[in-house]
Design a protein around this ligand. Sequence first.
Ligand code: ADP
Ligand code: ZN
Length: 724
Amino acid sequence: MPAVADILIPLALDTAYSYAVPPGLTLAAGDVVQVPLGPRETIGVVWGVEERASGGNLRPVTGRIEAPPLSDPLRKLVDWLARYTLAPKGSALAMALRLPDEAAQRETSRIGVRASGRPASRPTTARGKVLAVAADGAVRGKSALAKEAGVSLSVVDGLIDDGALEAVALVPEPVALPPDPDHPRVPLSEAQAEAARNLIAPPSPSPAETGGTILLEGVTGSGKTEVYFEAVAECVREGRQALVLMPEIALTAQFLDRFAGRFGVRPATWHSGIGGKRRERIRAGVASGDVSVVVGARSALFLPFAKLGLIVVDEEHESAYKQEDGVHYHARDMAVVRGRFERCPVVLASATPSIESLVNAQSGRYRHVSLPGRFGGRPLPDITAIDMRLDKPEIGRFLSPPMVNAVKATLAQGEQALLFLNRRGYAPLTLCRACGHRYQCRNCSTWLVEHRFRRALVCHQCGYAQPKPEACTECGAFDHLTPCGPGVERIAEEATALFPDKRIVVLSSDFPGGAERLRQELETVAAGECDIVIGTQLVAKGHNFPHLTLVGVLDADIGLTTGDPRAAERTFQLLQQVTGRAGRGERPGRALVQTYQPNHPVIAALLSGDAERFYEEEIGAREAAGLPPFGRLAALIVSGEEREKAEAHGQALARAADPPPGVMVLGPAEAPLALVRGRWRFRLLVKTERGIDVQSYLRDWLARGPKPRGNLKVAIDVDPQSFL
Ligand code: ADP
Ligand code: ZN
């Protein structure tokens, strides 16, 4: 009987298509193949092969493609992810299949040349110079050879045509050298050694055999990285592969050097900035097992590891692990799933775990390994509140007198200060004092943020920008446009006025020059080459600034009133992380927190340093409200170019909701960000008891509900992290 292959195609399709396997071609599940689709050819992955009567009318598979096949666990992950997120299976596959883009295809392998031993048929002075250099028999790049000989490239080309030089493919450098698990390293403290033993050789059953998730908890500076490096080392010793996931921006040279300090070489890295050929070579190395450790951002989760033995998710509480467009998935949660399919342990590391992970650890679903205190007994920073109702800054200023004095004292000691404000740009709102006009984005329901450095008013949602006008565009008044409130640029202006001879850097995600420049700038801060750092949440994440002894939080209340069910958790985590940046080096640190609500439970918990109490209360509140992880949430976001149509579609969906017992459907409500990129947005929220299969409910509902037409779209977000 002929073989029929079910091929999943990496497009927004939910089912695999059947193709005939032509005689002479043997296919196995996971193979990457080329198939006809409509009038063109496309790429797909074999999801299953069967001997069965095809009915004779199936189109045949064109052929197999040179690409690492998708392993069984990886295909299971794709299936699972699609079912969980309700994304089309093909869209989930696309994340695991990132094939070389066209730019990469065009890149040719590097060619070098060497002397062939034959003389040039037509000797000239220029040719003589080239052959003299090449006489050592070494392989050089063409242009390197031309340069060394001091001639033009055409001379080298001429000699190749002539046969006096021969072209050879240069062997590319390996994407990563093998890490040495037994590289000499700093001795671990007793507590660290104990935690490391717990990660590696846990009480039975061993996760190496069964998989299993471990929450590795310890305050900033306790040595979590050192400890999970031991688990990575053990994994490498066993000849298996390890994946360390990090929030993209925490992938610094500083971290890679630390890895090199432990393992002798840097690991292979994977993030959005890695392009073309290099991506393919890493994929190939991972698939062959040659690359044994990858440190990467969330998309590294879909690499075709051959023998994955460990996944570490560093800063597991980070909301950056949630992908908010396309397929809405949470990389931490999917790491746990992949660990299950690969039968390998997953370590979730954090100083401020997510409520979800902590509850899982407390209930025994995850193992809990804790590191007490900071390494070397270094104290955690003292945290003090500045009550802004009492210690008011001068008019038009944002640093209160005690904050200014603390910065002064810190700089006088030759130490570094960090001023933290989670707002990019100069001012979050521009207002005309003559007519009251406020500058709003023309595509979004957001205020335009003034960026003084760019001399523009910018939308932080869609990127729309307009030059800052000289006079009000509404009433024509000059000199009445007033920036309202501070962003980091405005704080920098204030700091420069206060400390004119100090080196000040502003770090935010819109740092000019992009991610690479930003990474470099973080290195210079770490090296102590600046006095005052002014930054957004970007500086809170996993960086080690040894010279930093003062952290000033300028507006601790900023995140408390967002209406997000995780507002308290997020604010606590962020403030705990950012204040934890102080005093990680030799000298002790302290933190000052400007707040209008020093008695708010989040601020009070932060000041008391009693994280356990905060978590206990927050877990209690979540349980009482039936919020995750004690209940489940899913959001439907209806969007469209016409407000009325989007709203009407949301209402029609709500009418079709028909929720069974244990399920509540709320909305549609206009989204807090009601207009984004010219699309009006309405949100429906599904809230269910924990035991409900929310995916099945959503599928049924969407199947019987109205279908979006025209420019309407319905996005599904299971376990939403953002409620905007
Ligand atoms: P965490 O990941 O918990 O924030 P790290 O692993 O980054 O903590 O450790 C914090 C600092 O302490 C780092 O500078 C690290 O090099 C240092 N450190 C941790 N453990 C040790 C150790 N056993 N010996 C020497 N230095 C250590
Ligand atoms: Zn906009």
